[in-house]
Design a protein around this ligand. Structure first.
Ligand code: ZN
Length: 339
């Protein structure tokens, strides 16, 4: 374990374009109070760590890229639902009624001959509360040059943004990158269709498109496009779960008879998205389709009792999905050791 002290974001060094971009990204994520992004971290020498476990022949490591504070809860979550209902559910689950704090859990898979990342975090797009991936890979003794593959669940900036650095250079010099063909075609089309989303701000949508295109273009020589059900690298199967974005995938990881489902952005709250999958998420590209996919996959996970890895649920994002009333609940896998 090493002391974490890599903080690169400084407000005074930000030019106007960067400031506008940051403000817009913050607004996209529903942050009305941006002071948190600029505030100094209380203890610059906070220790970060990693969570490591085995599944069959695979060594799995979870590292954090930081976190994203979504504030207020509505309309980021449950747009159009009576606030009293939403607040009651949050209260019943001892959750904050003011905000939902999203983790950014990055799964690293080491097999006999590969080191595979699932998603790449925010990179430098969101300021100092995220973009911690590289420092924390180093903490976990994983070298950037030994990463052979990066599987991208979908091309939103908090998943694809870590593929390139501030100057547009590729971060993982030896890695192939995998992305669903539908996802690629959507973001690279002349005018991506957001008509079924509840998100209305065109400036923000344009910015998300810009970051997706920047990364896809930079990685083009290394990019492999996948269709639904594609199997690769001896341990991964991609499964389309569209709605959050058109080509959004969940990633089934397997070794022998063991499986783990990386559910990417199927859910963003361990309370609201599970108890009421139909209340929806404002940032979904197709609001209704996302609800259908969410319910369908959650149903499958509850039935199979599969182990689940979630990108945005609280650290380290590992648990199970269980039925609860007409919806579901998250059962976090306990860990006997501190992280
Ligand atoms: Zn996300």
């Amino acid at each position: 374990m090493q002391i974490y002290c890599s903080v690169t974001f400084e407000r005074k060094n930000m030019d106007r374009k960067e400031a506008i971009k940051l403000s817009a990204m913050v607004a996209l994520l529903g942050l009305t109070d941006i002071s948190g992004l600029f505030a100094a971290i209380n203890n610059e020498k906070e220790t970060r760590s990693f969570h490591r476990f085995r599944m069959g022949k695979l060594e799995l490591t979870v590292v954090t890229d930081g976190h994203i504070l979504m504030k207020p809860v509505q309309p980021n979550f449950a747009p159009g639902i009576a606030p009293s209902k939403v607040e009651q559910i949050l209260e019943d689950n001892f959750a904050s009624k003011q905000e939902v704090d999203l983790g950014i859990n990055i799964l690293v898979i080491r097999s006999a001959d590969r080191v595979i990342l699932v998603d790449s975090g925010c990179g430098s797009n969101f300021g100092r509360n995220s973009g911690w991936l590289l420092a924390n890979l180093a903490n976990a003794d994983i070298k950037v040059a030994e990463v052979t593959d990066v599987v991208i669940s979908h091309a939103h900036p908090d998943h694809i943004g870590g593929l390139t650095d501030n100057s547009g250079q590729i971060v993982f010099p030896n890695a192939s990158v995998y992305l669903s063909r539908i996802e690629h075609d959507f973001w690279m089309s002349p005018s991506p269709d957001f008509s079924k989303s509840k998100l209305r701000d065109n400036t923000l949508k344009n910015l998300v498109v810009e970051i997706a295109r920047k990364n896809i273009t930079a990685l083009k020589p290394r990019l492999q496009l996948l269709d639904d059900g594609a199997e690769m690298l001896g341990c991964i199967k991609m499964q389309m779960a569209p709605g959050h974005t058109p080509g959004h995938c969940v990633v089934q990881l397997y070794s022998g008879s063991e499986s783990l489902y990386h559910i990417a952005d199927l859910i963003h709250s361990q309370v609201l998205s599970l108890e009421h999958p139909e209340w929806g998420f404002e940032g979904d590209t197709d609001f209704e389709l996302a609800i259908t996919s969410r319910r369908k996959v959650l149903e499958k996970l509850a039935l199979s009792k599969a182990m689940v890895f979630s990108y945005h649920l609280p650290w380290p994002g590992i648990g199970h999905v269980r039925r609860k009333n007409a919806g579901f609940e998250w059962v976090r896998l306990p860990s006997v050791l501190p992280d």
